[in-house]
Design a protein around this ligand. Structure first.
Ligand code: M6R
Length: 615
């Protein structure tokens, strides 16, 4: 939620900050702002709307000169999205300016206190309170900016990644993080600050990721000093070499990031296997699992915590783990888990799944599980993310940057990692026979090619999308391993096309949702061969006899469902347990095309943000 960018150095800050904001817009896009310091004046421009609106407004209202700049793209928490609530925020004197990603929970009490000392506020934001608190500390204590920021932060409760600039100290920017990500790009006499490394990869491949509870004074002339916010102790920063390249974060000829990411799935899944699976030799290597194999395979129970699409991947994993490794699994929304006094013991293993590795609810669930003694394993996509660092061990999905807000390749690569993990545990526990293990591995290896074939239905899917794009509601049905895929298909449709959609286990339909079915209702049914095929065919009959419109996802060559359904979309045949990796593909494409046909902003759907770093 919210993207922050900063620059201090010898270049013009404006183009760096502006491009950085465009790359971070996936984090929030209801308003944006930039502050620039040109050696004399600190100027500010902000607006409701997207970064493109800001560019237009800024270039016609203020000079773009200056070697210091701070920018912000917002996902509103406190205060509606409007010009005034947009960041950056000035302090009352106009000397300080701040950008902030996170929430200051005790802002109201602090605000009241500051008001008694004569401070006034323009906006409804917690951030304006923070910058004035820093100013208040600096006035009262007569300390430098870094110290004032530190003292002020020690009075706050909440989460933040902030950057603060004082025009009276033009050679430095002070940054700090707790619960929201913050990276510092280290160049030659120049420094970049951002929520992730994408704004500065063309300038430097060296980055410092601040840890929670750390702050840094970034000085153009003297470099970076990192310390702990709580006890002031100095920290030796670890300068990391970035693996990211520019091509990965650009659209590469696709109209939208979402489409690019859908099409990247064959290679993303292969990348997830790479170095881990030797199918012909029957070997799976996963360092995080290998190093903790007894702890994980002896777990009394596996608890999976996640949100949104990652939660759906967790549901698929529940079926796979129980089937292969015979370990009981429970899947929880991280947001519920953390607030319901769950029973967790030292014999439990918690698996936290998160594409971004920054989701606040998942992070809080991990902390709770650790407090109660559970072993926590992370499945994240973003390397070095907060969740990957907070967990005891883990496995990355290696999907590459996912920029479209609707998660696609993250989902299939999460399922891939979790399947490898379940297979490894099953082999170790002896709950799978060697021939079955080998068969599954060999079939896994064929999955990227089969995903490619599934993508070949794109034109057919586009045709179907055109017929149903004006539907008001849509049902998604699936059974067994494909029930979570039905949930995921419905989530994809609602989040990018704003059409109401629900996913159900196919057999549940007759317990209520069947009442919704009439000739206006498209029902997407996952009806691949094996598993509960015959039962799903009966469900299709029930829909048909109530005049519902059936879009069926079927196994290549299927004739039975073809005769019943209004439309079929074929996917290649595979082992039942692996079908989610294929059946997901047409559902992603269907929602994509419907949203494009409806003229929706596919990559940045309304009210959403890519990583939800607030509760
Ligand atoms: O980064 P995470 O995987 O932790 O994010 C979890 C959800 O916020 C995310 O999957 C969300 O539901 C997506 N917009 C779904 O497409």
């Amino acid at each position: 939620m919210c993207g922050i960018v900063g620059y201090i150095g010898h270049r013009d800050a404006y183009p760096v900050v502006l491009k950085g904001l465009q790359r971070l817009e996936y984090r929030g896009y209801d308003s944006a702002g930039i502050a620039l310091y040109d050696g004399e004046e600190l100027k500010l421009c902000k607006t409701k709307g997207k970064v493109a609106d800001l560019k237009e407004k800024l270039e016609s209202s203020i000079s773009t000169k200056g070697n210091v700049g701070l920018g912000h793209t917002r996902w509103a928490t406190h205060g509606v999205p409007n010009d005034v609530n947009s960041h950056p925020h000035y302090s009352n004197s106009g000397n300080l300016v701040i950008i902030h990603n996170g929430i200051i929970e005790n802002y109201d009490a602090l605000k009241k206190e500051l008001k008694t000392r004569g401070f006034t506020f323009e906006s409804d934001t917690d951030t304006e309170v923070l910058v004035n608190l820093i100013e208040d500390v600096s006035n009262k204590e007569g300390v430098k900016l870094g110290k004032a920021v530190q003292i002020a932060l020690n009075q706050t409760v909440g989460a933040y990644a902030i950057a603060v600039f004082d025009k009276r100290k033009p050679n430095e920017i002070v940054v700090a993080r707790l619960g929201s990500p913050l990276a510092i790009g280290v160049g030659e006499d120049e420094f970049f600050i951002a929520s992730d490394a994408s704004p500065f990869i063309e300038y430097t491949s060296n980055a410092i990721y601040l840890e929670d509870g750390e702050m840094a004074v970034v000085r153009r002339d003297k470099g970076i000093k990192v310390r702990k916010i709580k006890d002031d102790s100095l920290v030796d920063p670890y300068v990391q070499e970035l693996q990211l390249n520019l091509e990965q974060i650009e659209k590469g000829g696709y109209e939208h990031f979402m489409l690019k990411e859908i099409y990247e799935q064959p290679s993303a899944i292969s990348d997830t296997f790479r170095g881990r699976m030797l199918a012909d030799k029957g070997i799976i290597r996963m360092a995080g699992v290998d190093d903790n194999i007894e702890r994980i395979s002896n777990a009394k129970r596996i608890l999976i915590v996640a949100c949104g699409t990652s939660w759906h991947a967790g549901l698929v994993a529940e079926y796979i783990f129980e089937d292969l490794a015979r370990i009981p699994v429970e899947v929880e929304y991280a947001s519920e888990f953390r607030y319901r006094n769950p029973i967790i013991s030292e014999n439990d293993v918690v698996i936290a799944i998160s594409q971004s590795g920054e989701t606040a609810d998942t992070m809080a669930a991990i902390k709770l599980a650790k407090e109660k003694g559970a072993f926590v394993f992370g499945v994240c996509n973003v390397v070095g993310s907060s969740i990957s660092r907070e967990t005891h061990a883990g496995a990355y999905t290696h999907a590459g940057p996912e920029i479209g807000v609707a998660s696609t390749k993250a989902f299939t690569t999460q399922i891939t990692v979790l399947t490898l993990m379940a297979l490894k545990l099953a082999k170790h526990k002896g709950t799978i026979s060697h021939p079955d293990f080998m068969l599954l591995l060999q079939e896994m290896e064929r999955i990227p090619g089969k995903v490619k074939l599934a993508l070949g239905s794109n034109e057919n899917i586009k045709f179907i999308a055109d017929i149903y794009k004006d539907a008001r509601n849509c049902l998604y049905l699936g059974r067994g391993f494909n029930f979570p895929v039905a949930l995921e298909g419905a989530l994809k449709l609602k989040e990018i096309s704003y059409i109401h959609a629900e996913g159900y286990p196919a057999a549940e339909m007759k317990h209520g949702p069947i009442a919704l079915i009439d000739e206006q209702m498209p029902v997407v049914v996952i009806a691949t061969k094996k598993g509960h095929y015959e039962k799903v065919v009966s469900n299709i009959q029930e829909i048909k006899s109530r005049s519902g419109k059936i879009i069926a996802i079927v196994t290549e060559g299927d004739t039975e469902v073809r005769d019943l359904a209004d439309h079929v979309i074929e996917v290649p045949e595979t082992m039942e347990l692996l079908t989610p990796l294929l059946t997901t593909i047409p559902l992603q494409l269907l929602s994509y095309h419907i949203a494009v046909m409806l003229g929706k902003n596919v990559d940045q759907p309304r009210n959403l943000a890519k990583s939800v770093t607030v509760e």
